[in-house]
Write a protein that binds this ligand. Structure first.
Ligand code: AOF
Ligand code: ZN
Length: 368
């Protein structure tokens, strides 16, 4: 590993501390004479960028330093001023960038501006890792759609509930904490009406040791508006609609009176051929709201509908070392399924992570 790669690896690690959607996670390390003089990361959208935090820590010591940044420094006025100007003003001499920024407001112009100001810029150090870190951000700016992940928590025999409907809990504490972290990093968390009626989920992010983590947009896919007005997800929105926004996606033309003024947004969307919410229309709607990643938390009918619509990009299966059996106990993916193995949704090879006692399997859904 070269010296540049070592510093970049440190910057990548720092970046993962952020909860930045719809912004990318970015880390920055400032090095002078082989020593770190400042480092920082982007914590949450609307707050200063990684470079600005690192520069603030370095103060005068940034003069003549090399900046290792996991993403091309921005050159636009967004929620915050451009990082290029801050780096130039601080007297940074060299900038090492892992990958260019796909945001149309930047796209190479950040690097060009730094070079015009006389800084030397190197691009491409640990690029694959930097792209993987912000996969949703790249996916969104390259396709115009959010990255959609199907999340399942199941027993080893593929059940997501017992035959009586018991679901609490299938996986252990570590796996559940991990899911809350994912929720906090996701643009939106989705659940189908079946799951809302069966489990009454809050769909918020709760992180141990963090009293007010960033919250995703919560979405209930409810074709015929059966969401009970007193369910936990709605109560949360009523208490604090700014922090806990809730959107109900339906095909029903008229939102019921009970929901008016409750802090819940009801959106009527076109229906698919089965009379359910058209998931393409829903995905496009989320994209217009700058939702770059969506965690679909079930249930099994909604998961199958996302696969059938060709919209699911990846699957994340938490598998608990438990067996529950029961031919009527629901499994991870339901709907009608496919008739033959030739029609099966093909996945990439798994990556495996242990969150004892559970395991997590992750794979991409390959295009049909
Ligand atoms: C950087 N460093 O740490 C981040 C960058 O609304 P704003 O002002 O926060 O701008 C968001 C855009 O800035 C985002 O889409 C991406 O292009 C860039 N993010 N750039 O130089 C950072 N988070
Ligand atoms: Zn910036």
């Amino acid at each position: 590993m070269t010296e540049s790669e070592r510093w970049m690896r440190r910057a990548l690690r720092l970046a993962t501390k952020g909860f930045t959607a719809p912004n990318p996670m970015v880390g920055c390390v400032l090095v002078r004479n082989g020593e770190i003089v400042g480092e920082g990361y982007h914590f949450v959208a609307g707050m200063p960028h990684a470079e600005v935090n690192a520069l603030q820590q370095a103060g005068e010591r940034a003069r003549g330093a090399t900046a290792y940044v996991t993403l091309e420094p921005c050159c636009h006025y967004g929620r915050t001023p451009p990082c290029t100007k801050a780096l130039i003003a601080a007297g940074v001499r060299h900038v090492v960038v892992a990958t260019l920024d796909p945001d149309p407001r930047v796209r190479g112009r950040g690097v060009a501006e730094l070079r015009e100001a006389g800084l030397s810029v190197e691009v491409g150090v640990l690029e694959p890792a930097a792209r993987a870190l912000n996969r949703a951000f790249f996916h969104f700016h390259e396709t115009g759609l959010p990255l959609i992940t199907l999340k399942v928590a199941m027993t080893l025999d593929g059940k997501v509930a017992t035959f009586t409907g018991d679901t609490r809990w299938i996986t252990g504490q570590k796996a559940r904490n991990y899911v809350h972290r994912l929720r906090s990093q996701s643009g939106a968390v989705l659940a189908g009406i079946g799951t809302v009626l069966a489990d009454d989920p809050r769909l918020d992010a709760r992180l141990p040791g963090r009293p007010s983590p960033r919250q995703p947009l919560r979405v209930i896919v409810d074709s015929h508006l059966r969401t009970p007005p007193c369910c936990a997800a709605i109560r949360l929105a009523q208490q604090n609609p700014q922090t806990y926004p809730l959107l109900i996606a339906t095909t029903a033309p008229q939102p019921p009176k009970e929901l008016a003024g409750s802090g819940v947004e009801v959106v009527t969307l076109p229906s698919d051929s089965a009379g359910r919410v058209d998931l393409h229309a829903l995905t496009r709607l989320l994209a217009t709201r700058q939702i770059i990643s969506v965690l679909v938390e079930g249930g099994p009918t909604l998961h199958e509908a996302f696969l059938k619509a060709g919209l699911a990009n990846r699957v994340l299966f938490f598998i608990a070392p438990k067996l529950v059996g029961g031919k009527s106990a629901p499994t991870a993916i339901e709907g009608d399924g496919v008739a033959t193995l030739a029609e099966a949704w093909q996945l990439s090879p798994f990556t495996v992570r242990r969150l004892a006692p559970d395991i997590v399997l992750e794979a991409d859904v390959l295009p049909a």
